[in-house]
Design a protein around this ligand. Structure first.
Ligand SMILES: Nc1ncnc2c1ncn2[C@@H]1O[C@H](COP(=O)(O)OP(=O)(O)OP(=O)(O)O)[C@@H](O)[C@H]1O
Length: 333
């Protein structure tokens, strides 16, 4: 199958600085690719380059359905929702129809054709509202509906949930997931949030310092750190080098899989002795940072554990690592 969107040897440069180099990436029709990376990794740079929207020097090739993307082809095949919602004065309905109007569709037909997108994004009760009175979440919904209404082959989404409160974000994520399902659209979702990738993406590319470090099916990529940078990005923040564990391999673990015991931990577990540095209450969980010879290990404990079981600042403890991942020994970073 020819990918709906692909790139080959894509480079973005500013002056002498290379911001991005992606040798190859593909997104099939009907699938979503998450580009996951920390701040400054080059996610927006990649998205803009894929949409031929870059302000920088770009080389390499972007392909739409196997054909080189020209500005004209990109304009009809691709729709982008960039970081901050940009809406024109007027009603929600007029804004959602405006993408079609720009493509030369008449007013009545544009209104008719944009209706399913308004409904899919839960905006049907707001059609006559002036966009200036919309909340941030509603404005973001209007931008996504406007992009979907044009029935693009490729949808580029740059952090569509940024700046939304948790319930608003969760609602939009659920509605977007429903709106995208069953469409033959190829979606690229830029995010720094592992949960958003897990909820929406079939495949995920981990982008760090302008390079794709790992790419593949989302579940595999999110649970298989390939080096320390990707481990940190994916939440495996506890580094367990051989020097600490006495094991031949280097491992990483998530805080939710680590528990600090003031008494002996179960004998079969991987354990590391240390001293509690600080405790940070996080609602139902309490973060316990434990100083070990190679740095800090972060544990998550239920806040409601019996008072006598919770180790306090300065106490000697044994960190029990209940689950961990081995890092490849032949990695370059
Ligand atoms: N005009 C420019 N000149 C020099 N460097 C730039 C320019 N524009 C962007 N950069 C750099 O390119 C890198 C990638 O930026 P980009 O906005 O793509 O990152 P990002 O992963 O989207 O980050 P964020 O999650 O913070 O939005 C950053 O280090 C940024 O400072």
């Amino acid at each position: 199958m020819t990918a709906a969107l692909a790139c080959r040897d894509l480079r973005v440069e500013v002056g002498a600085r290379q911001l991005l180099h992606v040798p190859h990436l593909e997104v099939d029709a009907g699938t979503c690719l998450a580009v996951l990376g920390p701040n400054g990794a080059g996610k927006s740079t990649l998205l803009r380059a894929l949409g031929l929207l870059s302000r920088h020097r770009v080389s390499g090739e972007v392909l739409l359905a196997g054909h080189p993307a020209t500005p004209a082809r990109a304009r009809t095949a691709t729709a982008a929702v960039l970081q901050r919602p940009i809406l024109r004065r007027g009603t929600v309905a007029a804004n959602v129809a405006s993408g079609l109007r720009f493509r030369g569709v008449g007013a009545a037909e544009a209104a008719e054709r944009s209706r399913p997108a308004l409904v899919a994004l839960g905006l049907d009760h707001l059609t006559d509202r002036d966009v200036r009175s919309l909340s941030g979440g509603e404005a973001q919904r209007a931008c996504i509906a406007r992009a979907l209404a044009t029935e693009p082959a490729v949808l580029l989404l740059d952090e569509p949930f940024a700046g939304l409160d948790a319930p608003t974000r969760a609602d939009l994520l659920a509605d977007l997931r429903s709106a995208l399902s069953g469409r033959s659209l190829a979606v690229v979702l830029v995010t720094h949030d592992v949960d958003e990738a897990r909820a929406l993406a079939d495949t995920t590319a981990l982008l760090i310092q302008g390079q794709v470090r790992h790419h593949g099916p989302t579940a595999d990529v999110l649970d298989t750190p390939v080096d320390l940078d990707t481990a940190r990005l994916l939440g495996f923040v506890n580094h367990l080098p051989s020097a600490l564990t006495g094991r031949p391999e280097e491992r990483v673990a998530r805080p939710e899989h680590c528990v600090a015991h003031r008494s002996a931990a179960p004998p079969a577990a991987l354990t590391v002795p240390g001293t509690v540095r600080r405790r940070i209450p996080l609602g139902p969980l309490t973060r316990v940072d434990v100083q070990v010879p190679t740095g800090l290990l972060t544990c998550l404990h239920p806040t409601a554990e019996p008072a006598g079981d919770a180790p306090g600042d300065g106490e000697e403890v044994l960190v029990e690592v209940r689950q961990s991942r081995e890092l490849p020994s032949d990695r370059s970073s």
